[in-house]
Design a binder for this molecule. Sequence first.
Ligand code: ATP
Length: 199
Amino acid sequence: MYLKRLHIQGFKSFADKTKIEFKKGITGIVGPNGSGKSNVSDAIRWVLGEQSIKTLRGNKMEDVIFSGTDKRKPLGYAEVTIVFDNKDGTIPIEYSEVSVTRRMFRSGESEYYINKNACRLKDIKELFMDTGVGKDGYSIIGQGRVDEILSTKSEDRRHIFEEAAGIVKYKTRKEESEKKLQKTEENLVRINDIVFELE
Ligand code: ATP
């Protein structure tokens, strides 16, 4: 699996439809200060479901939408599509190319799509779990992240190794099942109470 393409429109400084092609191997993005290099990595985080505006270097979620310039009006929505080559089947879906799209309007509503089919954020999170690519994956190492990794609690550091080992998916499912079990047990207690009252 590798990152093939990025389509950005209306996201931060990218007012116009912009397509960035990534070839196999290393791609460097160069440009003067403030030209939008970091906005490219922000776009990748955002399309993969980043919900923290602090991580995206803004104050409110609306800040990711192109806010206009002296010569250009602000735009009403931001849209990013990320395309992966999945010929090796790393992403557990029957497509050799996988695209994920996120669109957000000024009202704050986000729409998500996997290969152009509307989906939930949860579906995107699950799809990329254990691939290292998700918004918390170890494939995005932002400025200061190395220091952060070294200084965080061992519990948090363990999460990175768990993702690399491919067990996050199973841990998440276990947690969901435990929650369901707890709910069922609570329901059983309630039913027993009702039965007791009726007898
Ligand atoms: P440096 O090399 O200094 O780290 P950079 O190339 O990484 O810079 P970015 O931080 O990606 O630059 O981009 C900053 C630019 O993006 C600024 O000019 C800022 O005005 C612009 N920008 C950020 N958010 C928006 C927005 N919502 N609408 C329009 N422009 C925006």
